[in-house]
Write a protein that binds this ligand. Sequence first.
Ligand SMILES: Nc1ncnc2c1ncn2[C@@H]1O[C@H](COP(=O)(O)OP(=O)(O)OP(=O)(O)O)[C@@H](O)[C@H]1O
Length: 323
Amino acid sequence: MDLIENLVELDGVEKVFDVRRRTGLLRREKTQVRAVDGISFSVPRGEMVGYIGPNGAGKSTTIKMLTGILTPSSGRVRVAGIDPSRERTRLARRIGVVFGQRTTLWWDLPLRDSYRLMHRMYRIPDDRFKVNMARCVEQLDLGELLDVPVRQLSLGQRMRGDIAAALLHDPEVLYLDEPTIGLDVISKAKVRDFLRDLNAERGTTVLLTTHDLTDIEQLCKRVMVIDHGRLVYDGALAGLHEVGESERTLVVDLERELPPVEVAGARVVKVEGPRQWLAFPASVSAAPLVAAVAQRYPLVDLSVREPDIEAVIAKMYADRSAL
Ligand SMILES: Nc1ncnc2c1ncn2[C@@H]1O[C@H](COP(=O)(O)OP(=O)(O)OP(=O)(O)O)[C@@H](O)[C@H]1O
């Protein structure tokens, strides 16, 4: 039994790319892009962590260093105790990778044949292969798809096929890069349920990159936010609201159309007939505000809306770039 507690460890990791930019008809200038700029974090065995950030933040570069595709410019990376860029093949047996935008399956082959090839490539023991295949086929609903060439599968079907392919060799760590991108609501729910069960039953450690914050809300207690190559947040999803200084909304239905409500601690952000939307800081209680509105206005109904996590993150980014 392996006793390594942190399955994924990064310490002061940087990745700098040399790029040549065209600056004139014949002139090119050499510049550097600091895609990852001194990142440190660790993920204990069995955790499911969200790794999010805006486009170009450095998420894919991080994942590529964790798989050994890219070598860090400086710093230290360890996955299951292995230095990924030095021992990429040995590491490949212990990790699974799913890139939502790319498939690891053979385009012209039926799913079943892709899985057979992986069985051989990873030298998966026959009994493990059988058990894992049966489990994936059942839980990811692949039964009817096994004999269909990959090119004929829908995006959602292909994604389920890819997730199965990444798990046939019992990886301890699974990296998922946009696993629900472009999927319909039902396929998304299937993928999320499967990942939740995988983590609960097998204790598979999962690092999840996504633009769909519902993925994070439903699957990850911990979330890391990367921006301009730096880790700007690492903690509970709920805590992001505080960092982003987000607002909640009190929606009030008045008896009739009235000018914007005036109460201390809130401001009207929208009016539609007798309905008004009042924004107030998420960190304060709604009760005094509700009392103040009820006392001074003819109130019919009200509700409080929680901040949209997407808006919180957008605000966080905006605040940072204003610094
Ligand atoms: N091979 C490369 N050569 C030069 N620059 C690169 C290379 N790969 C990535 N970059 C740059 O590094 C930065 C981080 O890119 P990365 O793909 O890691 O971001 P990301 O967070 O995954 O973005 P997205 O959400 O759009 O996939 C970007 O500025 C990108 O242009």
